[in-house]
Design a protein around this ligand. Structure first.
Ligand code: SAH
Ligand code: SF4
Length: 349
């Protein structure tokens, strides 16, 4: 099965030529698809009828099947099924003045962070770029308002699925595609150093917003909760980030999940401030109080402890914000998604 959302403009032009169509028809079709969200060739009225029929026989639009939508006051979770039976989760979040879509890049995750529900079952497989993009298309079609921001913070480690994430992001930010602002598409990574180096040299990827999940101010603590740090050491990671080519007025976001009695002490905050001191203009810190999960052995710190942690950083000149994930009470938030087995049973009677 061939999905049109797996092609960027250039590739689609070539594919159209191989089908005997004129090159410029590719641009026409993508305009219908990404500007008007038309997912039906027969409505593309500026194409000759026989071409529309050929396209209908050749391409499909949606690799994902929408199973369900769960609504909370400030967010919605969508569940999709892939052709091979995997469940993909996507969360639409209402922020103060815009909508943000949290997309998944993999089914599961191989990185194995001990505080993350997505890690529990390991990695099943990478999502294709069409599967990543289809999360956007299907949710956008279901929403009255335009989605302004996309964050790769759903299931999976986006940089472990580099090529497919890159293609999906290219389609999201290109003028011939969804035409989202590059600073409003955020790739969040646990800090894969080699892929970050690749990203720094990549004209599409380096323009996107970058978030790095730091989660601890020193190697030993980081290693105890993020096994990938044994190879991707904190010092190597910081070296890449300090050199990372940032567009003007842009900062790298450092995410820090605050876990009770593990990484939330005053000393942790002070060491984090020290780690960032010389480059504090380059970074901002998002503190995310841990979202509890019955399968995970950690707790969320008290709010005063979170605020004290933030205060230490502010006093040392580091912009620091507290981010509570939305929709936590209803279904577990963005960043800790895990398709529930019981759900799969219900949906596959
Ligand atoms: N794999 C990527 C992106 C997906 S995780 C990454 O790790 O950055 C998105 C964010 O959710 C990460 O910052 C991660 O640290 C955070 N997260 C994971 N589990 C969490 C939990 N139980 N509570 C709060 N945040 C969590
Ligand atoms: Fe994977 Fe991110 Fe979860 Fe770590 S926090 S296991 S990298 S999804």
């Amino acid at each position: 099965m061939e999905f049109i959302t797996d092609y960027n403009l250039e590739e689609l032009r070539e594919r159209f030529v191989s089908l005997g169509l004129e090159k410029y028809r590719a641009g026409q079709v993508l305009k219908w698809l990404y500007k008007k969200l038309t997912t039906d060739f027969s409505s593309m009225t500026d194409l000759p009828k026989e071409q529309r029929r050929l396209l209908e026989d050749t391409f499909r639009f949606h690799p994902l099947e929408k199973l369900d939508r769960v609504d909370a006051p400030d967010s919605r979770k969508y569940l999709f099924r892939t052709h091979d039976g995997h469940i993909v989760e996507t969360v639409l979040i209402r922020e103060r003045d815009h909508l943000t879509l949290c997309v998944s890049s993999q089914v599961g995750c191989a990185v194995g962070c001990t505080f993350c529900a997505t890690a529990i079952d390991g990695l099943r497989r990478n999502l294709t770029s069409a599967e990543i993009l289809d999360q956007f298309l299907q949710v956008q079609k279901d929403s009255p308002e335009k989605i302004r921001n996309v964050v790769f913070m759903g299931m999976g480690e986006p940089l472990a699925n580099y090529d497919n994430v890159r293609k999906a992001a290219e389609i999201m930010v290109s003028p011939w595609g969804l035409d989202l602002s590059k600073r409003r598409v955020t790739v969040s990574t646990s800090g894969l150093v080699a892929q970050l180096r690749r990203m720094a040299e990549d004209p599409i990827m380096r323009e996107l917003n970058l978030a790095v999940s730091l989660n601890a101010p020193r190697q030993s603590t980081r290693e105890s909760i993020m096994p990938i740090t044994r190879k991707n050491t904190l010092s190597e990671l910081m070296e890449v980030l300090v050199k990372y080519p940032l567009p003007r007025y842009r900062r790298i976001t450092l995410e820090y999940v605050l876990i009770k009695d593990l990484n939330d002490s005053k000393r942790d905050a002070e060491e984090l401030a020290e780690l960032l001191r010389r480059h504090r203009k380059r970074f901002k810190v998002n503190l995310i109080p841990f979202n509890p999960d019955p399968n995970l052995p950690y707790e969320r710190p008290e709010l005063t402890r979170v605020l004290n942690f933030q205060k230490v950083l502010w006093e040392r000149g580091i912009s620091t914000f507290v981010r509570f994930s939305k929709g936590v009470d209803v279904f577990g938030a963005c960043g800790q998604l895990r398709a529930k087995r019981d759900y799969v049973k219900i949906s596959n009677p």
